[in-house]
Design a protein around this ligand. Structure first.
Ligand code: NAD
Length: 493
């Protein structure tokens, strides 16, 4: 079968990259190339930003009312509902997400377009009381301009929608830079953007590498805001570059999220919650619950139950609905995880479960790692402090609530945390003391368009989702209107 050769989407047109170069994208299940992605240069970025800026300042988009923009977003939501499964298959092929996770995720994605589409015409300014005589003062909200949306490879379309839906609802235009490891589903999604009647130039995609396409996008003079989801080092680089140009930023970065299992937890529920936190999507989610803090009274029993639950899982083709564990998304990520398994052993941790690449039949060609649980872990070890972004769990032990909270907060990150207890008072007390943008109590990894998500500390700046977040894509204008018949000469009074 011949590879698919993608084009860029700029100014409503499918176009080749100006340098005439493409790069390969692999299927992580087989390690084989399946598509070619345009390799953008600064010139393509300039074309895309120029188109987005024209679309912001002239033509159909700025002439539309907020209500009309809402209709466009809802139309796009309807198309996504219709074609979501096909898009989920493209994404699963490109980044190895199991089809049984990808399809339900895509089924929910239209909600972002319905929610923010509905919100578009409900952003109200205020009449401001003030003590200046004969003045009528009101505020209104206006879009920022061109927004650069930079996304990672783990859930490209979902994380794009977290940005695209509020940005467009607010009246901005967009240039999207998906990850070089998984660009295909974003490009396929542009076919729906086109079909929904989003005017040309309102959404544009440049594909390629961080240095060649991402970096010039961040500093482009016509970009007003950068919204970035990715690694902490990537976020730091983007933040530094954007600060130099006085651009607004939203950063959704990594994590090392703790799951706290207290002695009074329902252990069976907690085991399932811990599995969902670190083994669903192979731990390649920003909120991966990668640190397991176990009360000493349940430490051994919990690990025994966890081991039993992980035994005999079916690993293999992510496109097969019966597969329970798929491949790691790409080769560099696979190599990073394997390196951390060696680091863990060198630091003295013991692999209680897994701890190596998979040698199971049918996994030899792909990037498969055994689900891994390390015990004998200390707070200072690198596997406790650094984000691995893989199916690797570091188990630690605690004796008191104080110690549990201290261990949980002893991290440069603060994206999420899980609390497992049947004691209501403990649940609330601990939830309030955890330094994390999202705290789950007796559940894990839930997400909703209605609820803000984002990080404390090095996990990011700003939030996404929820009604309030649309203001991140708007700026406030204060309008002063005199109601006085005469304006006195200020030099003579
Ligand atoms: P990454 O930082 O390597 O890349 C993310 C995107 O940024 C890619 O498109 C990349 O090309 C681009 N990029 C990187 N450096 C850049 C720079 N200096 N200038 C401009 N663009 C640049 O991250 P990744 O490996 O693709 O994704 C995994 C990371 O994403 C993990 O750390 C994970 O925790 C994080 N993540 C966070 C969230 C969240 O909501 N907090 C969600 C998903 C993933």
């Amino acid at each position: 079968m011949t590879d698919i050769k993608y084009q860029l989407f700029i100014d409503g047109q499918w176009t080749d990259p100006s340098g005439g170069e493409w790069f390969d994208t692999e299927e992580p299940y087989t390690g084989r190339r399946w598509a070619q992605i345009p390799r953008c240069t600064e010139h393509d970025v300039d074309r895309a930003v120029g188109a987005a800026h024209r679309a912001f300042t002239e033509g159909e988009w700025p002439a539309m009312s907020a209500t009309q923009r809402g209709h466009v977003l809802r139309r796009l939501g309807d198309l996504l509902r219709e074609h979501g499964e096909a898009l989920a298959r493209v994404e699963a092929r490109d980044n190895g997400t199991r089809i049984s996770e990808a399809v339900p995720q895509f089924r929910y994605l239209p909600e972002w377009l319905y929610y923010y589409g509905g919100l578009a015409d409900k952003i109200e300014g205020a009449v401001i009381p003030n003590d200046v005589p004969e003045i009528f003062n009101y505020t209104c909200y206006e879009p920022l301009g061109v927004v650069a949306a930079i996304t990672p490879w783990n859930s490209p379309v979902m994380l794009l929608l977290w940005k695209l839906a509020p940005a467009l609802a607010a009246g901005n235009t967009l240039v999207v830079k998906p990850s070089e490891h998984a660009s295909a589903s974003t490009l396929e999604f542009m076919k729906l953007v086109e079909a929904a009647g989003v005017p040309p130039g309102v959404v544009n995609v440049v594909t390629g590498f961080a240095a060649e396409a991402g970096a010039p996008l961040v500093v482009h003079p016509l970009v007003a805001k950068v919204t970035f989801t990715g690694s902490e080092p990537g976020g730091r680089a983007v933040n530094r570059a954007a600060a130099g140009e006085l651009k607004r930023v939203t950063l959704e970065l990594g994590g090392k999220s703790p799951q706290l299992v207290f002695a009074d937890a329902d252990l069976d529920n907690a085991v399932n919650g811990v599995i969902s936190g670190i083994f669903l999507s192979n731990g390649q989610t920003c909120v991966a619950g990668s640190r397991l803090l176990l009360h000493e009274a349940v430490h051994d029993a919990f690990l025994e139950k966890l081991g039993a639950a992980l035994a005999g899982l079916k690993m293999g083709d992510p496109g097969d609905a019966a597969t329970q564990l798929g491949p790691i998304a790409n080769r560099p990520q696979f190599e990073k995880i394997i390196a951390y398994l060696d680091i863990a052993r060198e630091e003295g941790a013991r692999a209680l479960i897994g701890g190596a690449r998979s040698m199971r039949p049918g996994t030899a060609d792909g990037y498969f790692v055994e689900p891994t649980v390390f015990s004998g872990v200390t707070p200072a070890m690198r596997i406790t402090r650094e984000e691995i972004f893989g199916p690797v769990l570091a188990a630690l032990r605690f004796a008191t609530d104080e110690e549990a909270v201290a261990l949980a907060n002893d991290s440069p990150y603060g994206l999420a945390a899980g609390v497992w207890t049947q004691n209501l008072r403990r649940a609330h007390r601990v939830a309030q003391r955890l330094q994390a943008g999202t705290v789950y109590v007796n559940t894990y990894r839930a997400v909703s368009v209605t609820s803000p998500a984002g990080g404390y500390k090095c996990s990011g700046i700003g939030r996404e989702n929820g009604a309030e977040m649309i203001k991140d894509y708007l700026q406030t204008k204060s309008v002063w209107v005199s109601t006085a018949e005469k304006i006195p000469n200020p030099l003579t009074v």
